[in-house]
Design a protein around this ligand. Structure first.
Ligand SMILES: [Zn+2]
Length: 179
């Protein structure tokens, strides 16, 4: 398994134990794959300023990690500059992208006050960082329909088309594009 970080470093990682999802071992990619699609793009995120929504962000990131092969979202280590910053604000949630796989998520309290799911908000905004646009109005089954699905929508899962779109963006991106 090769991990390519945003800094451009390539590290070989020895996987000591295979991740297990749903009781089945997940196939671990072998090192030395020529295609970029054989690599996992690690993106770090920082919830140090996410206030009361830090755990919702962790859950949103975990949902994406369970949904994708090409990307892994990982909390930034202490002192490490994160690719994605989450900042709690009083307004409406929004994301200012810094390019594919990076940016700042403003986790707005206003949507939470109106009853929207914090985990759906987190996963939706991370969806923007992962290159997905808003698709409003849309059904609750689509993550990028966002608030248009109404506050009763508790789904925080990207649908199959949304997952495929993110996978394709990251698998297509050549090394170095993330700089
Ligand atoms: Zn949005």
């Amino acid at each position: 398994m090769r991990i390519r970080t945003l800094a451009g470093a390539v590290a070989a990682v020895f996987v000591l134990s295979s991740p297990v999802v749903g009781g089945q071992a997940v196939a671990v990619r072998t090192a030395g794959t020529a295609s970029p699609s054989g690599e996992t793009q690690v993106l770090t995120y920082d919830t140090g300023r996410a206030g009361e929504f830090a755990s919702a962000v962790d859950r949103g990131a975990a949902i994406w990690n369970n949904s994708l092969d090409a990307v892994e979202l990982r909390p930034a280590a202490a002192g490490e500059t994160a690719d994605i910053r989450i900042v709690v604000v009083d307004g409406w949630p929004r994301t200012v992208p810094g390019g594919l796989g990076s940016g700042t998520v403003y986790f707005g309290r206003e949507a939470v006050a109106e009853g929207h799911s914090t985990v759906r908000i987190a996963a939706h905004e991370l969806g923007h960082v992962l290159g997905l646009p808003d698709r409003k109005p849309g059904p609750c089954s689509e993550l990028m329909s966002g608030a248009s699905a109404g506050p009763s929508c508790r789904s925080a899962l990207p649908d199959p088309a949304e997952r495929a779109e993110v996978e394709e963006k990251f698998e297509r991106a050549p090394a170095g594009l993330f700089m």
